[in-house]
Design a protein around this ligand. Sequence first.
Ligand code: FE2
Length: 146
Amino acid sequence: MLAENLKVLLASANSLSIKAQNFHWNVEGPDFPQYHKYLQKFYEEVYSAVDKVAEYIRTLDSYAPGSLTRYAELTIIQDQLKIPRAELMLAELYEDNVKMIELLNHCFASASEENKQGIVNFIAERLDAHEKHSWQLKSILKKARA
Ligand SMILES: [Fe+2]
């Protein structure tokens, strides 16, 4: 059901944004300035979808979850309680981003099924944004040639 899928998307986008902000604050190493800046761009971009997802849930006549307890129940993004090394942070976000793309594809199918073209369009844009994140994270993680 689309509204239920969007609730998972809302919780997951929120969790991913919070995780990336945590990494933005705590990342360390010689490439600190780039990582710090990149992580800010990432968490802000992911967070930019949150309000729209919640409002789409309301247009489907369902209530938008807005509590940390509900987000913890709904999210597909695993919480990170430690401070990993910079490269591990980025590798973790890459894996999380793959999960977001899978989830968005699932939401896309369910929005199409329910004939909600506006939501289909929005989800397509989110897929585009997360595919861009994939490309950028993969490029940062690529080892320099010897
Ligand atoms: Fe900051």
